[in-house]
Design a protein around this ligand. Structure first.
Ligand code: PHE
Length: 345
């Protein structure tokens, strides 16, 4: 092999090993085998000046060198391309075992959850669910409910009057019993209606009081309804809400719109009646008021009390909700602190 070609090969190999980037390799290709100005391309052109004998051997050697250079550069370029691809893949790599990002979806308020559960029970017992106004007139708040003019419930100390005075016609309802009147005005008996909703009282907020809270009213009017039907209905209702072993008891009480009236207690859902922290050791929890609809109330809405009788009961949702979820303060239900609310997700 001619010294010249040996020299060229050595030069190329030195340059080849110095090529560390893709751009070096393409530059190397231009410099050595580029169509214009490539070292070997130029070298080929000098072959014509040689004798036919020399041309043959040098030409063959040169060709062999050129092939070697071309394939060495191709290999190098291939390595760079493979490296680039591997880097790209590494960048795009995703860990399919990584848990997904949780979507922050909204959820229902604990009072809503309880209300829905209670509505479901009423519906399964054949009651229609009805919604009604929170601002009421004297008629619905008091007169129709047989609440006399001098009754303490009418006092501005108990009721929120819209202009702050008892003489104004409008007030926020202080009990869902107003819905008894609406329900009976809209229908003719027999009827069964349950009305959940907000009520308002001038109470100073504390752990067990809030000026706004929730009640649900149940009303049934039919022929021949007795106190036995009220007890049976409440017992069944409470069993569905707290479980089949729950018992109820009725304590005589006074509400102007019922006669007789009773307060309802049920055996504590936590201890089953043996006494615990939830029921303050008594084994019983107060549920709400009830009674047989007063004949005066039936008359106001044009129902003949000689033909129809019925019962009503009302219960507060907030304290119930607090007891069920072990809350020590019902105001938690209204503060909208997401750290509290998120626990009901
Ligand atoms: N409305 C009464 C209260 O808020 C409860 C009640 C409802 C009593 C129905 C009798 C009949 O205390």
């Amino acid at each position: 092999m001619s010294d010249r070609i040996t020299q060229l090969r050595t030069d190329f190999e030195r340059e080849l090993s110095a090529a560390t980037a893709e751009a070096d390799a393409t530059a190397l290709r231009d410099r050595w085998v580029g169509r214009k100005g490539g070292l070997l391309t130029a070298e080929m052109k000098t072959l014509g000046k040689l004798s036919p004998e020399e041309r043959k051997t040098t030409g063959a050697e040169l060709n062999e060198l050129k092939n070697y250079v071309e394939s060495a550069i191709e290999t190098l370029l291939g390595e760079f391309a493979a490296k680039r691809e591997a880097e790209q893949l590494a960048k795009e790599r995703i860990d399919v075992t990584l848990p997904g990002r949780r979507v922050q979806a909204g959820h229902l308020h604990p009072i809503t959850l309880l209300r829905q559960k209670i509505e479901d029970i009423f519906v399964s017992m054949g009651y229609e669910i009805e919604d009604g106004p929170e601002i009421e007139t004297h008629f619905y708040n008091f007169e129709a409910l047989n609440i006399p003019e001098n009754h303490p419930a009418r006092s501005p100390q108990d009721t929120f009057y819209l202009a702050g005075e008892r003489t104004t016609e409008l007030a926020l309802r202080s009990q869902t019993s107003t819905m008894q009147i609406h329900a009976m005005q809209k229908r003719t008996p027999p009827l069964r209606v349950a009305a959940p909703g907000r009520v308002f009282r001038r109470d100073t907020p504390d752990a067990t009081h809030n000026p706004m809270f929730y009640q649900v009213e149940g009303l049934l009017i039919d022929r021949g309804i007795t106190l036995g039907d009220l007890k049976g209905t409440v017992e069944e209702f409470v069993r569905r809400l707290f479980g089949p072993d729950t018992k109820t008891r009725f304590r005589p009480s006074y509400f102007p719109f019922v006669e007789p009236g009773a307060e309802i207690d049920y055996t504590c859902f936590k201890c089953g009646g043996s006494g615990c922290r939830v029921c303050k050791g008594s084994g019983w929890i107060e549920m709400g008021g009830s009674g047989m609809v007063h004949p005066n109330v039936l008359r106001v809405v044009g129902i003949d009390p000689e033909e129809f009788t019925g019962f009503a009961f009302g219960l507060g949702l907030d304290r119930l909700c607090a007891l069920m979820y072990g809350l020590d303060d019902i105001r938690l239900l209204y503060e909208n602190d997401v750290r509290f609310l998120e626990q009901f997700r």
